[in-house]
Design a binder for this molecule. Structure first.
Ligand code: SF4
Ligand code: SF4
Length: 316
């Protein structure tokens, strides 16, 4: 294992033992479908001197995706992430406001044109030429049209930036769309979508680590989601699957079948049509995930899920 001393010192300053950190890196490695032997390389990539400039744009969103990323259950992870990535602009964590923040955005985009990663959270209102979403006197549509094409790649974090999400649910009076749909041909850059409501932060980390380790973005599915995270359905990884196969279904909340952890298909579970890695990665430091807690999957990482997967408590 070849993490150098300065890394140990930096981790120690955050109150993190090397053992804890390598455990985290092993989890990232498993999430990415890599062998455990990659963990030290991931540790090196996360704590190395290479810093990736990032401009993080927030559009029509609830800030849940950003909070999910920064308020990770690893209390030190946000700082480490901010060290690994050179966060040039992010309205949520920025001390600067108003004209200062606008200047920071302009300076970062000019200085790192073609080299920065543009992370976008939130949908983009397009009706009325974008008038329903304004920041500093400009429409979100204008801002996205200006900034995204200057990046080296765009990462859509969350279902809203990926596919429009709740902002785009019918009747969608603001004409909200995901970034790629909103920009169309004005976005001649690679796009990676990390949907979920919220997405699991580990899938964002895996995407960034893939770039740091291999110098390229991960392999994607037809919706441009990383295959390492969205390659299998919830149903195919679900620990309740044997109950599904045996025809053992929960038919009522609070029933003994619910207590026994039977399959939630008849209670509306959308796991058979939803691609995500929740059953293996889980949330809150691997503590649990919705189906484990007794709630059906509502299909939050699929396009247009508010419209196509609802009513949420009706069987597919
Ligand atoms: S609970 Fe949902 S995901 Fe799990 S086996 Fe049943 S239908 Fe499939
Ligand atoms: S279980 Fe389904 S609804 Fe819940 S977070 Fe995972 S993909 Fe989204």
């Amino acid at each position: 294992m070849s993490c150098d001393k300065s890394i140990d010192r930096r981790l120690a300053e955050k109150g993190v033992s090397r053992r804890e950190f390598l455990k985290f890196c092993t989890m990232v490695s498993a999430t990415m479908g890599l062998a455990p032997s990659f963990a030290p390389k991931i540790a090196q990539a996360i704590t190395g001197s290479q810093r990736l400039p990032v401009v993080y744009l927030s559009f029509a969103e609830c800030t849940g995706c950003t909070e999910g990323l920064l308020r990770s259950t690893y209390p030190w992870f946000d700082e480490l992430l901010l060290e690994t990535l050179s966060l040039e602009y992010n309205e949520t964590v920025f001390a600067a406001a108003g004209e200062q923040a606008e200047k920071a955005l302009h300076d970062a985009v000019t200085k790192y044109e073609g080299q920065f990663l543009c992370v976008v959270a939130g949908a983009i209102p397009t009706a009325g030429d974008g008038i329903y979403g304004m920041i500093a006197g400009k429409t979100m549509l204008e801002i996205a049209r200006d900034i995204c094409p200057k990046s080296m790649a765009v990462i859509c974090i969350g279902t809203c930036a990926s596919f429009g999400g709740v902002a785009a649910a019918a009747p969608n009076p603001t004409g909200a769309k995901g970034v790629e749909d909103a920009l169309g041909e004005a976005l001649p850059k690679p796009v990676v979508k990390i949907p979920g409501c919220p997405p699991n932060p580990i899938n964002f980390v895996g995407t960034v680590v893939n770039y740091l380790l291999f110098g390229k973005l991960p392999e994607l599915d037809a919706y441009k989601r990383p295959l390492f995270a969205y390659g299998k359905t919830i149903h195919d990884q679900c620990p309740r699957r044997s109950h599904f196969e045996n025809g053992e279904f929960v038919e009522e909340w609070g029933s003994k079948e619910a207590e026994m952890g039977w399959c939630l298909y008849n209670m509306g579970c959308k796991g058979p049509e939803t691609y995500n890695n929740c059953p293996t990665v889980k949330f809150n430091d691997g503590t649990s995930w919705p189906v484990q807690a007794g709630h059906p999957c509502i299909g939050c990482s699929e396009p247009d899920f508010w419209d196509t997967m609802s009513p949420f408590y009706k069987a597919l």
